[in-house]
Design a protein around this ligand. Structure first.
Ligand SMILES: Cc1ncc(COP(=O)(O)O)c(C=O)c1O
Length: 374
């Protein structure tokens, strides 16, 4: 039986041609003009002034948190149900991550979740749009404005997602995208930082490149990272960002097929196809196994694995991460919705390279498992 990977990427002729052309042009490093071209195209597609391409989404978060000047004594609110990169960027700056719970229906952190954990030390929030949906952003953003909190927006899983009529990634003081191979627009490994403030973009570029000083190379007044993106990676991303509307609508179509297949199945909770403010972009298609299902998430994943169908569990909440708890980098708290989603949620193969036949096989395998266990 042919394996079905959890996220098969789709590479077209346009990407092959662009990478070959880059190779032939002799540009390999981050100095190639392809990097600036990808930055411009990404910023344009996201209605932003500036783009700063980096080596990963994790690198982008490190830079974004440092560029905002966050550090010791500061607290940053963020959803607990997210990747460790979000917390480690905050920890690395010396600030403290304060994780919040999320909504059981769309799995995103809403205003009241942030309000529940704000303190006088809160300086910023890190918004993460999860699995292809976002929270209602207007109330959150008017609250952060009122309180003078900076907003970092992690839109890695929200490429092609519109909140009302504006692209996600255009809302934070600074926004970050991962361009890892499972993202809608990918450079294999990579990331993109977007903002509208010139000085912030200059600071991000400096941090990305070891804080080299323009006036005297090899002398440094600050410490940054080598988080540069190569020209080859950028060349791969350029044709894709130009086709983002098309890629996003294909992704949505894949998600709708799953949604129709599982919407009536009482054993699973699934995210809504749309909310009053956004149509689900279905970065991945998640299933949350209800407690009364008669089987566990792990049993379903194991059965699909036997059928050579790749799945992933939902994130493990930051507030339950041993790496943070054991080092006292995060307070032990109870965030019940996050905890149940982390134990009961999984996602199905959702990559743009998933064929219709493979998707039918996935749906058939899940339904057969459910039938055997009910
Ligand atoms: C929401 C979110 N932020 C950040 C990252 C980290 O990105 P990268 O893997 O490119 O470092 C990911 C990775 O999947 C992610 O999903």
């Amino acid at each position: 039986m042919k394996p079905i990977p959890v996220n098969a990427p789709h590479v077209s002729e346009a990407e092959r041609d662009a990478v070959l052309e880059c190779l032939t042009s002799g540009w390999l490093s981050s100095e190639g003009p392809q990097v600036a071209e990808l930055e411009r195209a990404f910023a344009h597609a996201t209605q932003r002034e500036f783009g700063v391409a980096v080596s990963s989404g994790t690198a982008g978060l490190d830079i974004a948190i440092r560029a905002l000047g966050l550090g010791p004594g500061d607290e940053v609110l963020l959803p607990s149900l997210t990747i460790i990169s979000c917390a480690r960027a905050i920890v690395e700056s010396g600030a403290k991550p304060v994780p919040v719970d999320c909504d059981p229906t769309d799995w995103n952190a809403h205003l009241h979740h942030f309000q529940a954990r704000v303190t006088s030390r809160t300086r910023a929030i890190l918004l993460v749009h999860l699995y292809g949906l976002c929270a209602d952003l207007d109330p959150i953003l008017s609250w952060t404005k009122e309180r003078g909190l900076a907003v970092v927006e992690d839109a890695s899983q929200a490429q092609g997602l519109l909140y009302k009529d504006r692209p996600c990634g255009s809302f934070g003081d600074i926004s970050v995208f991962s361009l890892y191979a499972n993202k809608v627009v990918t450079t294999g490994e990579g990331g993109m930082i977007l903002c509208n403030a010139d000085a912030l973009a200059v600071r991000c570029r400096s941090l990305r490149n070891l804080c080299f000083e323009p006036a005297r190379r090899f002398r440094h007044h600050d410490l940054g990272w080598n988080y540069r993106m190569t020209a080859l990676q950028a060349a791969l991303g350029i044709p894709q960002i130009r086709r983002l509307p098309d890629l996003a609508s294909r992704k949505r179509a894949l998600g709708e097929v799953y949604h129709d297949a599982f919407k009536g199945t009482g054993v699973f909770q699934i995210a809504p196809s749309s909310t009053p403010y956004a149509a689900n972009a279905y970065w991945v298609f998640g299933l949350v196994v209800r407690p009364e299902a008669g089987f566990s998430r792990d049993e379903l994943m194991a059965a699909l694995d036997e059928e050579r169908i790749g799945t992933r569990p939902f994130f493990c909440g930051l507030h339950e991460q041993p790496a943070l708890l054991e080092r006292h980098l995060i307070d032990p708290v109870s965030l019940p919705i996050t905890e149940s989603l982390a134990r009961q949620g999984l996602y199905l193969p959702s990559g743009l390279g998933l064929s219709q036949d493979d998707q039918k096989r996935v749906i058939g395998a899940v339904k057969a498992f459910v039938a055997d266990h009910s």
